[in-house]
Design a binder for this molecule. Sequence first.
Ligand code: SAH
Ligand code: SF4
Length: 345
Amino acid sequence: MDKIDIKSMYLSELESLMKELGEPKFRAGQIFAWLQSGVDNFDEMTNIPSKLREKLQEGYYIVTAIVKKRLESNIDDTVKYLYELYDGELVETVLMKYKHGYSVCVSTQVGCRMGCSFCASGLNGLKRSLTASEILAQITSTQKDRNIRISNVVLMGMGEPMDNLPNVIRFLKLVSDEKGLNIGLRHISVSTSGVVSGIYRLMEEKLPITLSISLHAPNDAIRTSMMPVNKKWNIAELIKACKDYIDATGRRISFEYAVVSGINDSDANAKELAGLLRGMLCHLNLIPVNPVKENSYKKPDRLKVERFCRLMNDLGINTTIRRTLGSDIDASCGQLRGKAIDENQ
Ligand code: SAH
Ligand code: SF4
């Protein structure tokens, strides 16, 4: 019999399990708390009777994320982790320190199948999706490693969250449980390359997370050249889904725009982009593209990005330039795992 992943279980599911085992209900709360504190094995659950620990050991396992590499930035407090999962696969997690607390960027898949031309995560396709517990373990392991409490989460590491939606939804419910890590859904952002079916599915859950859309282009010709997903759902369909999402949830959407020199950074591009976003409850984030060695994209110069930003604000779109953290440690998605794999070959 295959063992069951206990860290992916909701508190209510643990309560049903305790009932089945003839154990008192409060044991479920104790076990849930241990799992959230980041224990790696049942023996660490010191207030659980050894008989019950043995029973759990027989049928269940605890997912872990083991620190394989830890890179600390010399220019800010950013820390980048390469975590090893049970099967040796590697995922990246980035810890950032802001005035209001710690924020962590987690991966949702090993690799990615979306194939965006500017992104290091998708270079070798998708290896596999992460379980809810593996997404959660990136947070519990990081908290344990630094002895801190994380207050904000962004699902912007490796992978496309909408391509692993059932596990992502389970993770969102687990991480926001008051009896668990209790990270409020309002402090969590989910980023998608524009998987429209996933946006509608997530909308049904009515979770007050922030939805972040990687738009990156003002028209279909440019977007399709950067993001194959645009062939399946074009900009019109994506914007329509975003408007429906705002109507259904009342939540502001955040659009991401990776500025690439000579590709999408002209004044005409800014005007076309403003036309798309005008009137929407949204915020636009400009990210100077991080060149990866496998493509020829160039980082725009700072003045050009500032000009684009000013123009967007003048055109009525609330726009800021994303602060780049940890630029000395490849703190951009997919880059570290790519390097680790290169080094091992
Ligand atoms: N798959 C999801 C979430 C992970 S990617 C998505 O695409 O939205 C997180 C963000 O980093 C996305 O906005 C993505 O487009 C951006 N990104 C990826 N590679 C980048 C690069 N080389 N430079 C700048 N931004 C990049
Ligand atoms: Fe995947 Fe996002 Fe990278 Fe595109 S940008 S390949 S969707 S991780």
